[in-house]
Design a protein around this ligand. Structure first.
Ligand SMILES: [Fe+2]
Length: 185
């Protein structure tokens, strides 16, 4: 694994993909999320990628573009473009995931399953309670475990577009929607 976790000037997306390929093959699956998050944190300042076209923005105000699908289906890399006011439905993932902010700022609201009657539910997803919000700028990296952990929604509360880079631990080339478990009705 010579060269792993070593990003220097001139290192680009292909280096990140190569290192992710190595890690996901050499490490036990339970370690993939944390290891790839470390890798993404180190790589992010050096990654330069074109944002997805805003022509492909969906009804929620964001566009996504697959940049690489591992040939053995171990992971998928994609970029997302968030227009001002964009907001995903509340969702979990069917695989581990890591996300880093390349440009602009995005918000993330996290949720947990409701465990007692005194907890105030989220109107659009009555089985859930909100557990907090944060605003993340360039260089910020976060990671989530598969559903039922890591339930969240991402939004852009600013007046400027934002771009994020994502790595998910499953094959999404054929059907990117296979990633999400939606909670919002
Ligand atoms: Fe997500």
């Amino acid at each position: 694994m010579d060269g792993a976790f070593c990003f220097k000037n001139g290192t680009h997306l292909s280096k990140l993909i190569g290192e992710t390929s190595t890690l996901t093959r050499e490490l036990d699956g339970a370690s993939h999320r944390a290891a790839v998050a470390c890798l993404l944190r180190l790589a992010l300042p050096h990654v330069n990628t074109m944002p997805p076209s805003e022509n492909a923005v969906n009804e929620h105000g964001y566009a996504r573009q697959i940049l690489h699908a591992d040939p053995d289906g171990l992971f998928t890399v994609m970029a997302l473009r968030w227009l001002p006011g964009a907001c995903t439905p509340i969702h979990g993932h069917n695989a581990w995931g890591c996300v880093g902010v390349l440009e602009g700022e995005v918000g993330c609201e996290t949720f947990d399953h409701r465990t007692c009657e005194s907890q105030e539910c989220v109107p659009e997803a009555p089985s859930l309670v909100s557990t907090g919000k944060l605003l993340a700028g360039p260089g910020t990296v976060a990671s989530v475990d598969p559903d039922p952990c890591g339930i969240h929604r991402i939004f852009n509360p600013t007046q400027a577009p934002a771009t994020t880079l994502h790595i998910y631990g499953m094959d999404l080339e054929e059907d990117p929607s296979a990633l999400n478990k939606w909670y919002q009705h």
